[in-house]
Design a protein around this ligand. Structure first.
Ligand SMILES: [Cu+2]
Length: 68
């Protein structure tokens, strides 16, 4: 199992959190997505390591950005 942490900008409420969780959750192998709205920290648990590009694309799909 792998855990990666990202900072996502632009989330303002529970709906934003749910959107990010939903899109990241669609990535193959993702088993859990934990979002802290206040800090924008997103912790992703997956069966195998994910590429940052896949996570960034999912966050973008939800309408937000991964801070670099
Ligand atoms: Cu929102």
């Amino acid at each position: 199992m792998a855990i990666s942490t990202y900072t996502v900008t632009g989330m303002t409420c529970g709906h934003c959190v749910a959107s990010v969780q939903k899109e990241i959750g669609k990535i193959d192998g993702v088993t859990g997505v934990d979002v802290d709205l206040a800090s924008g920290r997103v912790q992703v648990e997956s069966a195998a390591p994910l590429t940052d590009a896949a996570v960034a694309a999912a966050v973008d799909e939800a309408g937000y950005q991964v801070a670099s």
